[in-house]
Write a protein that binds this ligand. Sequence first.
Ligand SMILES: [Zn+2]
Length: 402
Amino acid sequence: MTLRTLSALALACLSSPLAAQGLSDAAQVHESILTLDTHLDSPANFDQPGWTITDRHDVLHDTTQVDLPRMIEGGLDGGFWVIYTDQGPNDARGQAAALAHALKRLHQIHDFVAANPQSFALATSAADAAQIVAGGRRIVYISMENSYPLGNDIANLEAFYQLGLRMAGPVHNGTNQLADSTNGEAVHGGLSDLGKAWVKEANRLGIIIDASHAADSSFDQMLELSAAPIILSHSGPKALHDHPRNLDDARLEALAAKGGVIQVNSLFLSPDRPRPSVDALRPKMEVIDSLPQGERTQLMKQWAQANAAEPRSGTDFDRYMQAVFHCIDLLGVDHVGIGADWDGGGGVIGLNQISDIPKITQALLARGLSPADVEKIWSGNVLRVMAQVERVAAQQSGAPAG
Ligand SMILES: [Zn+2]
């Protein structure tokens, strides 16, 4: 937590004393509250040679959006760090390759925490978050985007739970053995029988069910079947933009009615734009791993600048906040959070790396929310869901919640 960004902004606004006062208050609130983002795809960057979480990077140099120095500057206390797996062929060989990939990513997450014990700590319960922050460290919950790596054996979910997994979504882009996807064929009419068993096993273990990327039919069935509230770790409201990855108001209301939370995504909030310079570089980016270090760095910079010059859409910070406000107006402050898909394609004009997030707190306060409500949005709601998930698991095992 640091005041640097907002102090700089406040100084820049001294011509307007009231605005400066507002920024200063916002900086203090942002400093004092616990902040979590529920979808940090940053572990994907661990494969980049020479890239480390403790060095400062810039989105304009290498497209990355999260590292320790920028978390400190932006006042992000932590979040759910994602084991993401591309959807591949749904056969034994594809699932085995996916499992190997997921295990590698899981190890990389454990390794970065172990290598920086003064800065990061693994969290496995809702109660851990406040304790870790009190100790001056950043929070690392582990989540899984796409449960394809589990194959056809639901017992694998327990293996990942034992290794720290506390949130999981069944599916990504492309229907798999568990569920129909927003971007895939309707094969199962929602969840497969295996997907239904996956929901029950997640409840039994105490893993938060994440319905982002699940088809509407899969969402409906997860919500119906789950004994605990579920979450959308990075999704948006369809009311702003009619896209398959966004949910209609009736589904969001059903989510909230069962105690769940939508963590608002920064993607898919307005139509995509053509990106000729970005597209022209894609073939080179496909083979970047085969290039010598110097050429790789050069190409990465070209890629980062093309991405900045041609944003995926016209979505800017105000549009992002419109999505957040829509969800708050619809559901109340107890059912909305932040999951901007950092390092997974997220980021918008004016909110493009993690150091920018104090602006979100400032906008929430300017909207009239109390600091306590702002903290619910930044962490309280997801931690409440997690505590409920823990209670359901404890009830199912007959043990008291720990
Ligand atoms: Zn995603």
